[in-house]
Design a protein. Structure first.
Ligand code: SF4
Length: 193
């Protein structure tokens, strides 16, 4: 008879991802918590030289598995070769980092008073969704601006993840996820040391 294995706390981190996506538009300061998904994988790969974050702790990865595998929402087709190529993966990483720096620049301009706060959630770096429902009591405009910019990045990458989950394998996003590409590069560099 099979014994049921006890679920580990980190196997439920997909719930945190959903909460993050839902709460941030209503209190944009929540968007800052998304930085954990940036710094934790980088720190783990730098300190431990492995991809434990991707394999265990990534809520988004778990969410894609849940929707694609368990709920069978994925067509489960092979991830296209071009998507797996280094050209695409590193090209997307450069594009992503450029957009990230652009977002930081906007935040800086608001901090310096050269630009006014824009309450806009930008989807796929193109479509602007004016959003006036976000609360941000007592926060400086640049803190709020960062929240809008960062949430836009998190939402955009989630949408890309969902679309590729629907079209191909559930975790196809992980093939070109900038964090995955960065941590993989760090691990390779560490192995060479
Ligand atoms: S590749 Fe990206 S989305 Fe996939 S598990 Fe790693 S950090 Fe998460």
């Amino acid at each position: 008879m099979k014994t049921k294995q006890k679920a580990r706390w980190y196997e439920k981190l997909w719930i945190a991802s959903i909460i993050y996506l839902i709460l941030s538009p209503f209190n944009i300061l929540f968007a800052w918590l998304g930085l954990l998904c940036f710094f934790i994988p980088l720190l783990i790969s730098m300190l431990k030289g492995n991809k434990a974050y991707c394999n265990r702790y990534c809520g988004r990865g778990q969410l894609l598995t849940l929707l694609g595998d368990r709920l069978k929402l994925s067509r489960n087709k092979p991830t296209p070769k071009w998507m797996r190529s280094n050209y695409f993966r590193y090209g997307f990483l450069i594009f992503f980092l450029t957009m990230f720096i652009n977002m930081l620049m906007n935040t800086y301009l608001v901090m310096k008073g050269a630009e006014s706060l824009k309450q806009v959630i930008k989807i796929l770096w193109t479509f602007k969704l004016p959003w006036n429902f976000a609360q941000y009591t007592y926060a400086s405009p640049w803190i709020v601006q960062f929240g809008f910019g960062f949430y836009s990045i998190m939402l955009t990458s989630t949408i890309l993840g969902l679309v590729t989950m629907l079209l191909y394998k559930p975790r196809s996003w992980c093939v070109y996820c900038p964090m995955g590409t960065m941590t993989q590069s760090i691990c390779k560099l560490k192995q060479k040391q």
